[in-house]
Structure formats: C-alpha cells, structure tokens
Design a binder for this molecule. Structure first.
Ligand SMILES: [Zn+2]
Length: 87
C-alpha cells in the first residue's frame, strides 16, 4: 500500500484521508464545501491503548464504503444547523 498522500497541495486547508491517502480540500475547485469525517479518540486506562490518542480523517467516499461493512446501519437523523461545521 502506498501511504504517500496524493495530490497534496501546500497550505493549511488540505487534509488527507487516512484510508485512501487522497487530499481532502475544505473547498472543491468548483467552490463546493467538501465534508469528511474527523475522529479524535483518547483511549482510556483500561483499554489496550492505555492513555493513547488517535486521530484521523476519512473522506466521504471511504466513509460510505466503511459504513457498508457495519452489521448495524448507522443511525440517520435530520440536521437542522446546515452551516455549523463550516468555518
Ligand atoms: Zn478516502
């Protein structure tokens, strides 16, 4: 597996999907906001990762592929604040 990020641009706006390695731009070239999953987890003392933090980003394509592997579907609900994640 190639872990080198693809199409990585310089600048602070670009994040990388930890699953596929593709760059995740906050805004696409067409000006559309690009959403992604950002996870930060601090593992507790009794886990096998004692007091270790993990963080990663998953693009929407990889997210969709990932949740299809779940035995129980993700809970869906209506979001009423449309712009709360846009800076
Ligand atoms: Zn991805």
């Amino acid at each position: 597996m190639n872990n080198k990020p693809q199409n990585l641009k310089k600048g602070s706006e670009t994040k990388v999907c930890n699953s596929c390695g593709q760059a995740i731009d906050a805004v696409s070239p067409s000006g559309i906001f690009v959403d992604y999953l950002q996870i930060e987890k601090e593992w507790g003392y009794f886990s096998s990762k004692d007091m270790m933090g993990h963080s990663f980003n998953i693009c929407e394509t990889c997210y969709d592929r990932w949740i299809k592997t779940f035995k129980i579907s993700v809970k869906e609900y209506d979001v009423t604040e449309l712009f709360k994640n846009i800076i």
